[in-house]
Design a protein around this ligand. Structure first.
Ligand code: 6GU
Length: 245
C-alpha cells in the first residue's frame, strides 16, 4: 500500500512511521508512506499557502492553488483509491473504516490547518473526510498519523502473528479482555487461575466473558446493540480454538 500525505507541517510526520510496526511494514515493502510539503507547491514569493477568508472573520484558510497543484502532481504519478481530508467535521474514525481502508492500494491524505481548506477542494477532489474524535487538534497531521497507524497494522503480513489483529478490541465489537504476564504472583496480586490452567476452551470462555463485562461497563450506550449479535460468542470461541488447539 502507498500512502501520500500533503501537509504544511511535514516535520510533525517525521517520526511516527519510523518505529516499531510501521517501520517494519515499510522495511518489508508492504507500506510506503511519503510526506509532501504543501509549501513546495506554492507559486508565491514567500511560499505562502494560506489566505484571509472571504466574508471576513478571524482565521486563515488554506489556499486552493497549492493544494490543487500538489494533488494533481501526485495524481499524475498514480491514481488514488481515496483522497482523504483530515478534518474535525469528518466522519469519526472507527475500526470498520480502518479495515476498509487497509484493503486499498493508494491513499492520498490531506492534512487540514488553520480554518481549513477552501471548500472547492472538498467538492472537487476529496472523496472522504475523516476525524479522529470530537475534539480539536491544531492540525490534521497527528490525525493522519493515527489513521496511517490504524490502517498500516492491518495490511496482511505486517503483524507477526496475522491472527492477532482479529482479536483486537473492536474487531469483534467487544473491548479486549485483561492480559497478564510473568510473574504469576507479585505482592500477593495473583494472575487468575484459569489462565494458568492450560484449558484453552475455558480460557477462551473466560476471555469472552471479561470482554463482554468490560464492554458493558465502559461502552454502556452501545453495548446492547453489540451483544445482541448471537453469533459473536460462538465465533470468538471458534477463533480461539483454531489458534490454541
Ligand atoms: Cl482530522 N483534524 C483536526 N484539526 N482536529 C481533529 C481531527 C482532525 N480529528 C479530531 N480532531
Amino acid at each position: 500500500m502507498r500512502i501520500d500525505i500533503i501537509s504544511v507541517q511535514p516535520g510533525l510526520l517525521e517520526s511516527p512511521f519510523s518505529h516499531s510496526i510501521l517501520k517494519r511494514a515499510q522495511a518489508k515493502g508492504l507500506l510506503d508512506v511519503q510526506v509532501h510539503n504543501l509549501r513546495d507547491f506554492s507559486d508565491l514569493k514567500h511560499k505562502q499557502v494560506d489566505d484571509y477568508q472571504f466574508g471576513g472573520g478571524a482565521g486563515m484558510v488554506m489556499m486552493l492553488e497549492p493544494v490543487v497543484k500538489a494533488i494533481e502532481h501526485l495524481q499524475s504519478e498514480r491514481s488514488y483509491d481515496e483522497i482523504i481530508y483530515l478534518t474535525p467535521d469528518g466522519e469519526t474514525l472507527n475500526q470498520p473504516i480502518a479495515n476498509q481502508l487497509s484493503l486499498k492500494g493508494n491513499l492520498l491524505l490531506l492534512c487540514g490547518h488553520y480554518k481549513g481548506i477552501d471548500e472547492r477542494i472538498r467538492e472537487h477532489f476529496v472523496t472522504r473526510e475523516i476525524s479522529i474524535g470530537d475534539y480539536v487538534l491544531s492540525g490534521g497531521e497527528l490525525a493522519a498519523a493515527v489513521l496511517v497507524d490504524a490502517i498500516g497494522r492491518l495490511i496482511p503480513g505486517v503483524l507477526n502473528d496475522e491472527t492477532s489483529a482479529l482479536f483486537d478490541s473492536f474487531q469483534d465489537n467487544l473491548l479486549a479482555p485483561p492480559v497478564y504476564t510473568r510473574p504469576e504472583e507479585f505482592r500477593g496480586w495473583k494472575v487468575p487461575d484459569v489462565l494458568l490452567s492450560g484449558d484453552h476452551r475455558k480460557i477462551g470462555e473466560w476471555r469472552h466473558d471479561k470482554a463482554v463485562e468490560r464492554t458493558r461497563q465502559r461502552r454502556t450506550r452501545s453495548f446492547e446493540m453489540k451483544i445482541q449479535n448471537p453469533i459473536t460468542k460462538h465465533q470468538i470461541l471458534h477463533a480461539w480454538m483454531i489458534v490454541f488447539c
